[in-house]
Ligand binder design. Sequence first.
Ligand code: CO
Length: 136
Amino acid sequence: MSELLFTEIDHVAIAVNDLEGAIAWYEEAFGATVEHREIVESDGVEEALLKVADSYIQLLTPTNDESPVAKYLAKKGEGLHHVGYRVADCAQALAAVKASGGRVIDDAPRPGSRGTTVAFIHPKTSFGTLIELVQE
Ligand code: CO
């Protein structure tokens, strides 16, 4: 057995059509507040991070029709898009996935939102869930 590389659930990412509406609902129903908002042009998304203890709910909406999130919404509708697992060392965790024979989307760590370093693992490897490795 390998040592545990996850240090926290970093975020649960939910794809929505109406970002403002989704934020308003989380605020009204649960008292959740937005801690960070960012447009990540390279991924074609706008996101809002709502803090929950040491993790986040990440509400995601596409900024253009070519965005992977736009394609996801068109195909599957709104809902759970991916889970971000926090790790101490993204490159190490990515190497561990590759060493186990896993298929990755990002061959090397790259910049994510709020200054993080991230890499995505293909859902075919991770039992149907898109996984993002997140290093703060
Ligand atoms: Co994410």
